[in-house]
Ligand binder design. Structure first.
Ligand code: CAA
Length: 290
């Protein structure tokens, strides 16, 4: 793909993680015409991610948002990458594994020697310091945060976050790439949880405190915010949608990174995560999906 939009160097995109964020990222990249290599820790997870992409593309065809031809083309552009070595010829790799700094660092350390020297490395972290993750790589100047929102094919925003060492050329290539995906960019400084989650997660945490303190039921709290503040989803339904483990990780990053008690994760959130009630993905969270 050579053109004058600044994205000319990017043709092949590697995506690490085929879960709800990773498969959404692979989906939008392929729909925009990029070759995509999808990686995860097992072939089953990759296959499951591909099945989700297939279903979501079909949904977009059904509602007339894309054509059947675009769906077929997008699917043909995605290939399975069972090992990190399979991402070796990618021009851009987007890490979208679980929101756990140690896991991300380990992946980045293993990945770097396998990449082309000029490849750009991005992370979809929703809260962790880009500068700190960059330090685990061999290319902090070509490392950047590209933070998508869930569900990726629907949400219009992407946060772009540079680390202290990110070069201007990396930033401009990433900006052109995200624009090619049809998303709108909000540039954030590298502070804990950036902008969207710094604002959204304390609201969700407060909703959990509201439940914990018995102010209202799950349904009442969600109805209050859906109809009273016109949010598309109530905060507890949204927490289940994001994943309670991810919500807790983000609150912990805010609490530790900003050292302010207003970010203390609600004990009820901690308890649910300890119980393995992680929301929709485990079929149980504030709601029961079984
Ligand atoms: N892929 C493709 N299309 C999808 C989709 C997906 N995964 N999910 C929904 N859609 C489409 C539907 O097909 C439908 O399309 P049409 O309008 O063309 O018919 C449209 O989106 C609306 O979907 P539904 O009618 O099924 O349901 P809805 O109207 O209730 O909307 C929703 C669903 C878009 C998820 C909406 O409830 C919403 O916007 N919720 C809030 C989501 C949100 O806040 N996301 C941010 C989370 S925070 C985050 O992501 C940051 C982080 O790091 C944690």
């Amino acid at each position: 793909m050579t053109d004058d939009t600044g994205v000319g160097t990017i043709r092949k995109v590697g995506v690490i993680g085929a879960g709800q964020m990773g498969n959404g990222i692979a989906h939008v990249c392929a729909a925009a015409g990029f070759e995509v290599k999808l990686n995860d820790i097992s072939r089953e997870r990759i296959e499951s991610g591909l099945a989700t992409i297939n279903g979501n593309l079909a949904r977009q065809v059904a509602s007339g948002r894309i054509t059947e031809e675009t769906r077929q083309k997008a699917l043909s552009l995605i290939t399975v990458a069972p090992t990190l070595a399979d991402l070796g010829d990618a021009d851009l790799v987007i890490e979208s594994a679980v929101e756990n700094e140690e896991v991300k660092r380990k992946i980045l350390r293993e990945l770097c020697p396998l990449l082309k020297p000029e490849a750009i490395l991005a992370t979809n972290t929703s809260s962790i310091s880009i500068t700190r993750l960059a330090a685990a790589t061999d290319r902090p100047e070509r490392f950047i945060g590209i933070h998508f929102m869930n569900p990726v094919p629907v949400m219009e925003l992407v946060e772009l976050v540079r680390g202290i060492a990110t070069e201007d050329s990396t930033f401009e290539t990433a900006r052109a790439f995200v624009e090619r995906l049809g998303k709108t960019i909000a540039v954030s400084e590298d502070f804990p949880a950036f902008m969207v989650n710094r604002i959204l997660l304390p609201m969700i945490n407060e909703a959990i405190y509201t439940l914990y303190e018995g102010v209202g039921s799950v349904e009442a709290i969600d109805t209050a915010m859906r109809l009273g503040a016109r949010h598309p989803m109530g905060p507890l339904e949204l927490a289940d949608f994001i994943g309670l483990d991810t919500c807790l990780s983000i609150m912990q990053v805010l609490y530790e990174g900003l050292a302010d008690s207003k970010y203390r994760p609600c004990p009820l959130l901690v308890k649910y995560v300890e119980a393995g009630w992680l929301g929709r993905k485990t079929q149980r969270g504030f709601y029961d999906y079984r």
